[in-house]
Write a protein of this length. Structure first.
Length: 162
């Protein structure tokens, strides 16, 4: 990945962050259960609570994303949220979310986006889907990345994870 490609990835991530005022989490190129790249912009208080409480294993957005392709509004995941992860997220101001899952280039990407003011409109979800697909493609071949490219992506991850 050259400087232009890194700039493209940074611009895509910034665009997704701008479209998720209550935060987002993007796991790119998940193989088994581990993403190659993880980007989060949720509030630090939620990120810390999520990690400390071990919510990953119970998160209905992750479970849905590992089993499906497409998108789903979080309100539709309430029925599979036996641990109350979505309610805990709402208690932290993270609500009105949508999760997008895609599979391409032999890997899966799961991305969740939230806003606190209203639900996402269909056109907004379609735009999020396009951007997530572009980001997935832009980072699809890690073996072609130089060491400095991988470090740049990790710095982007660190910078977006408040």
């Amino acid at each position: 990945m050259n400087r232009i490609a890194r700039t493209c990835v940074a611009a895509l991530l910034q665009d997704l962050d701008d479209r998720s005022p209550a935060g987002c989490a993007i796991g790119l190129h998940i193989r088994f259960t581990t993403p190659l790249y993880m980007f989060q912009s949720y509030p630090r208080r939620w990120i810390d609570h999520y990690a400390t409480a071990g919510l990953f294993a119970h998160d209905p957005t992750v479970r849905w994303g590992m089993a499906n392709v497409g998108w789903v509004r979080w309100e539709e995941l309430e029925r599979i949220d036996g641990s109350g992860v979505l309610q805990q997220a709402r208690n932290h101001g993270i609500m009105n979310g949508v999760t997008i899952a895609l599979v391409a280039e032999r890997s899966r990407t799961i991305a969740s986006f939230a806003r606190s003011d209203r639900d996402y409109e269909a056109e907004e979800i379609a735009a999020l889907e396009r951007i997530v697909a572009d980001l997935h493609r832009a980072t699809a071949n890690p073996e072609l990345l130089t060491s400095s490219d991988r470090q740049a992506l990790r710095r982007l991850s660190d910078r977006l994870t408040h």
